[in-house]
Design a protein around this ligand. Structure first.
Ligand SMILES: [Zn+2]
Length: 317
């Protein structure tokens, strides 16, 4: 019998006397878990307490992000995961799969004698200039999928069109003799925007956070004050009157960003991407987690007849 439960701010998967915790964000009893899996390096997907776990699994990129950028102390308890290379334990195995969300992001397929569970973490099905999109892994018994943008109001333009919009904006702002600051989350947008601009032959400067991450992940850095800057959200840089700030995110702008230019580009799948992923997974049971979990689960249930529910706090299936 497989059990999937939301616990310690993460997802607990249990089967056949084995217990696995994915992306815990709160303190947890480390001795209770055979393995702790981290899907990626965003701060809402881990706790520094993972340093106490018996065994922690994450990609090499995520390990470097947590150690060198976030300052988490991780030692010999870490196993580095590579996409499509199974990690075998007694009575279960972990198959890491590409999640397409940010550099180093992974989904995990957990295989037990009694069935299998695919946990997506955050994911994006669309290819980007830097990453291949996530592909549904068919026929897992249970799919635990993210639902950040699981509402039909979230429909994103194709990435290629958004890229052109960004490059046009660079031309327009430079044409006026102003500086453009492209502001998005440092892990994700920081690498994607850098790659997009560099591929177009544009010199890119970075704020402190993007500079630190890009040194770790891409082996490049440049904190000089160029006329096109990739910056965190909000930017870690002094903004002068000659700066145009464009916020680059999937979500709606708010707070200090209201008056700024907004370019809609997300590292998550939009609503249609999530629905397609769920259908193609052919999972027998689907649990949604994060964001619009109720909304997406109901849509999959009522429109497609899928057995789909928000992840419970305590359920046996
Ligand atoms: Zn994320």
């Amino acid at each position: 019998m497989i059990s999937v439960v939301k616990r310690f701010g993460g997802i607990e998967v249990s089967c056949c006397g084995r217990h696995i915790l994915v992306d815990p964000t709160r303190r947890f009893p480390s001795g209770n878990y055979d393995a702790v899996l981290i899907t990626h390096g965003h701060s809402d997907h881990y706790t520094s307490h993972i340093s106490k776990a018996r065994r922690v699994i994450m990609s090499g990129e995520t390990l470097r992000i947590l150690r060198e950028f976030r300052g988490v102390r991780l030692g010999a308890n870490v196993t580095v995961a590579h996409p499509n290379r199974p990690i075998i334990f007694d009575h279960f195995s972990v198959v890491p799969l590409n999640a397409g969300h940010v550099m180093g992001s992974l989904m995990y397929l957990l295989e037990f004698r009694d069935g299998s569970v695919l946990v997506t973490g955050d994911m994006n099905v669309e290819d980007s200039v830097l990453l291949k999109g996530a592909e549904p892994y068919p026929d897992a018994d249970v799919l635990v999928m993210e639902s950040t943008y699981g509402d039909p109001s979230f429909q994103f333009e194709p990435r290629g069109e958004v890229y052109n919009e960004i490059l046009d904006l660079v031309d327009r702002v430079r044409g006026k003799g102003l500086r453009l600051v492209l502001s998005g989350f440092a892990l994700g947008k920081g690498q994607e925007l850098y790659a997009l601009l560099r591929n177009s032959g544009i010199d890119v400067s970075m704020d402190t956070n993007v500079d630190s991450l890009n040194r770790i992940l891409l082996g490049v850095g440049n904190r000089n004050d160029g006329d096109v800057m990739v910056a965190d959200l909000p930017p870690r840089v002094k903004l002068n009157g000659d700066s145009v700030v464009a916020m680059v995110t999937g979500g709606a702008p708010g707070g200090w960003l209201r008056s700024k230019v907004h370019i809609r580009l997300s590292n998550h799948s939009d609503f249609n991407g999530l629905v397609e992923f769920a259908i193609n997974s052919r999972a027998r049971r689907i649990y949604t987690v994060y964001g619009y979990s109720e909304r997406l689960a109901r849509h999959l249930r009522l429109e497609y007849g899928l057995s789909s529910y928000p992840i419970p706090d305590n359920t046996l299936i």
